[in-house]
Design a protein around this ligand. Structure first.
Ligand SMILES: [Zn+2]
Ligand SMILES: [Zn+2]
Length: 529
């Protein structure tokens, strides 16, 4: 009997935590942070407490209410056992991770060290670079973690004595990392802290079940889809995907292969399974539009704001920068990420004035170790805010709202442009951010392009006419998803990473196909014969 329990990603976008059980063999598809649920309670300055281990995560329904999968150090606090006794014990063979977005990967941080993570080398390297350059945080320990210890009051605290432990990864697609790549994989950014490494192995089946992995097109490199052959037939999982980016051919190939497997169950994302309209801007459209806008910039600075970790968009702006005779200035965390991925794919650029990529180096009292070392490695590519100010027409800066507080030192000249190439706001807080961004731009007389503005008459936010098309979604629009499912012909389509309305959309557009469409209820186990 095949059993599937969707703990996270049921009726909501993101936070996938899908338990699959085939007899005694169990695994998770993704183990992400359910941001929808998380942000009901938390924000940047209001976070789960590390001192109580798992308590807050269980109390607020952020993780499956089971035991046997979590780090023993996080189970230590007595309130965890007192308030959540008798949780069913689950033993899993691994997590099949689709990509490095935190709504898919983040809560791997909380899992036992002996649960292997199956993913692509690119996703693993992205996850490590994100962790290496981010703040250390209990929710950001996807690749390695340092176990907490209990103090005499029962609270959990960091332990300076203990080593960081790397999780075992099973790599699908591509050769196992060697040379520089392996050196990166086994090195901690804090020079002094020892890391107990876990040498990567190749993914060859899970719990004796045949396993397939395909690269797919998404807004982050390394994204993949999975399928496992179970006693009831193939169970496949799309992760997040689209086919309007540079890797579109990968997604098409996945769909063809999937059709040949005649899947019993297809777990499919439904982010954009909405009535429409379905505008499909391709990444190439974005490149064309951005180039047109930037050709019209006379003097002054250009900022390009695209989502973090969107390497495809970064490469597009690198290309555009060369076409308009500017250098691309990237932030240290982007350079670190590129350097990590460069060990797997030598075609990616590194900071190098000769190739038009510079590394932004704002004066810092105490840069972190990784950043100090990065600056040393790319000393010839460094560019300071003062140099940017002096030669404004020489650069495109990959900045976002979080970097605009450098504007008083950059002092943009009139005619400078802030080009927004990312998604629209999801909630009120997002619109407040746009308002704040527009205040900055107005104050420094930078021209916004592609930034949503509020219509004073109606109060509605929209991108002004003539500035649309500077962003392409990471997700396939509804009609593409329908086309994919019709071609793959699973017996059951199980919607994840989708709002409840996606159910009606799929049922309507798949009527007459004989495909059973199901919208999971969080934590409810579905059985398939
Ligand atoms: Zn997602
Ligand atoms: Zn994603």
């Amino acid at each position: 009997m095949l059993r599937i329990t969707v703990y996270g990603g049921a009726g909501q976008i993101g936070g996938n935590q899908v338990l699959v059980e085939d007899g005694s063999v169990r695994w998770f598809f993704d183990f992400g942070i359910p941001f929808h649920q998380w942000s009901k309670f938390y924000e940047e300055y209001l976070q789960p407490r590390r001192t109580y281990g798992l308590l807050d995560f269980l109390a607020l329904g952020l993780v499956p209410p089971v035991q046997g999968i979590y780090r023993p150090d996080l189970e230590q606090h007595p309130l965890v056992a007192r308030d959540f006794p008798g949780r069913p014990t689950v033993e899993v063979e691994g997590v099949l991770l689709t990509h490095a977005h935190l709504d898919h990967s983040g809560y791997i941080s909380l899992l036992r060290r002996d649960i292997p993570v199956y993913t692509t080398p690119t996703t693993a390297f992205m996850a490590k670079a994100i962790q290496d350059t981010g703040q250390s945080d209990i929710e950001r320990e996807v690749v390695y973690f340092t176990p907490l210890r209990q103090n005499p009051e029962g609270l959990l605290e960091g332990d300076r004595e203990s080593h960081a432990l790397q999780r075992p990864f099973r790599f699908a697609l591509g050769p196992l990392p060697a040379g520089d790549a392996l050196a990166f994989w086994h090195k901690l950014p804090l020079a002094k802290k020892p890391l107990e490494v876990a040498p990567p192995q190749a993914a060859q089946g899970i719990g004796g079940r045949p396993l397939r992995c395909w690269p797919v097109d998404h807004s982050i490199p390394g994204a993949c889809a999975w399928a496992v052959e179970t006693s009831a037939g193939w169970v496949a999982f799309t992760g997040d995907l689209r086919w309007h980016g540079a890797a579109a051919h990968y997604t098409r190939r996945f769909i063809e292969d999937l059709a040949s497997l005649r899947p019993r169950v297809l777990l499919c994302e439904g982010t954009r399974a909405t009535p429409g309209p379905h505008l499909v801007h391709t990444e190439e459209d974005v490149a064309q539009r951005a180039l047109e806008h930037l050709r019209s910039v006379r003097g002054g600075l250009v900022f390009a704001d695209f989502g973090p970790r969107n390497i495809e968009r970064l490469l597009i702006f690198w290309r555009i920068a060369r076409e308009v005779g500017r250098s691309l200035v990237i932030l240290p965390q982007d350079a670190y990420l590129l350097e990590a991925l460069h060990t797997l794919d030598a075609s990616l650029p590194l900071p190098d004035p000769g190739r038009g990529v510079r590394l932004y180096a704002d004066p810092k009292v105490a840069p972190r170790t990784w950043e100090r070392e990065l600056r040393r490695r790319y000393a010839s590519a460094l560019v300071s805010p003062e140099e940017v100010h002096q030669e404004q027409e020489a650069f495109i800066l990959c900045f976002s709202l979080l970097d605009v507080n450098d504007l008083p030192t950059l002092r943009p000249r009139p005619g400078s442009v802030y080009l927004y190439s990312s998604h629209e706001a999801f909630d009120e807080a997002g619109y407040l951010d746009f308002e704040r961004l527009l205040n900055w731009l107005g104050h420094f007389q930078m021209r916004p392009v592609g930034v949503p503005r509020r219509d004073p008459a109606t109060g509605r936010w929209a991108i002004p006419p003539g500035e649309e098309g500077l962003h392409a979604s990471g997700h396939a629009p509804g009609p593409h998803l329908i086309e994919m499912v019709r071609q793959a012909r699973p017996r059951t389509l199980l919607l994840v990473h989708a709002e409840p309305g996606a159910y009606a959309y799929f049922t309507e557009h798949l009527s007459g196909t004989g495909i059973e469409v199901r919208m999971p209820v969080p934590g409810e186990t579905l059985e398939f014969a």
